[in-house]
Design a protein around this ligand. Structure first.
Ligand SMILES: [Zn+2]
Length: 301
């Protein structure tokens, strides 16, 4: 009843593979834009969630893969990075050997089947469980699953993949390239914008806030951060995001505790200082609804 239609539509867009005839033309026009981050790690921006890649002598480790229509362009971008790489070459060089899904949404896993013949797909157990229960084809599913964390040793560094419980969904992980000191946060981080939280798939605004708070204690100040959506970011950007999460959630909590209805709060809106945060996928009304839904889900547990 309180659920706003745009949010429901947005959830459907994230979840389903894009409808081929309607969206193929749009995705055809999107280019993959690569950016070197540090060491072997690069970020690829295109359509859907940002991709992180480690390109080195052991081959390619990729984090997330956008949509199936983007797969040829993703491959080309990686080939271009491999072509400029100095250092040892082996038979594996340039091959995508490991693919990690930060979570199950279709704008991060849509290309899984396109890379499944060369890459082993890793993800939290709930990613596979949810994709399977939503009848995704077997080639789309992660092959290696874990419950807490898994360390990958690749291109001369340890790549830590660590579960973030009950945040954006119930199956999210972040990926920390330790030597390069780059972390890919998936959709736990919409840089400078209100985030989407999939409450129906085990997500929670408060869980997301707490996870980000823990990461802020863990990351050194100079860690570079690839967000799920938005530009390459800093720990300081993550700190501002955490402040926004903390203050907006507290605003809604206090309002509900004082007997205000969600409609009252929607009319009043958030403090003006958060106005620019509502200019992305999720506007202020959508974010308020997500917080209300998160408190509702908590009450049912
Ligand atoms: Zn997502």
């Amino acid at each position: 009843m309180l659920r706003s239609l745009p949010l429901a539509v947005f959830a459907a867009v994230l979840t389903l593979a894009p409808e081929p005839t309607a969206q193929r033309g749009q995705l055809d026009r999107v280019a993959i834009v690569p950016q070197h981050v540090a060491g072997n790690v690069h970020m690829l921006m295109g359509a859907g969630g940002n991709i992180g890649v480690s390109v080195g002598a052991d081959g390619v480790l990729m984090v997330d893969d956008q949509f199936t229509q983007m797969a040829p362009k993703i491959r080309s971008a990686i080939e271009a990075i491999e072509a400029t790489r100095t250092g040892d070459s082996t038979e594996s060089s340039g091959k995508i050997r490991i693919l990690v899904n930060t979570h199950m949404h279709g704008d991060h896993t849509g290309g899984n089947a396109d890379f499944a013949d060369e890459a082993l797909i890793f993800a939290h157990a709930n990613v596979r469980m949810r994709m399977q229960s939503e009848n995704q084809p077997p080639l789309m599913l992660p092959v290696v699953t874990f419950t807490d964390s898994i360390d990958l040793h690749f291109n001369g560094e340890t790549v830590r993949v660590i579960h973030l419980p009950g945040g954006h969904t119930d199956g999210d992980s972040y990926i920390w390239f330790r030597a390069a000191n780059v972390a890919h946060l998936g959709d736990h981080f919409f840089s400078g914008k209100f985030p989407y939280v999939d409450v129906a798939r085990g997500g929670s605004a408060m869980g997301l806030r707490d996870n980000i708070g823990r990461l802020l204690q863990e990351f050194p100040d100079d860690t570079q951060i690839i967000p799920g959506h938005g530009p390459l970011s800093t720990v300081d950007d993550l700190r501002k995001y955490h402040e926004m999460l903390t203050e907006t959630i507290e605003y809604v909590r206090a309002g509900l505790a004082a007997g205000k209805t969600p409609d009252d709060m929607r009319r009043a809106g958030f403090d003006e200082k958060w106005a620019s945060w509502g200019t992305g996928f999720i506007n202020a009304e959508g974010w308020m609804q997500i917080i209300v839904d998160s408190f509702g889900a908590e009450d049912h547990n």
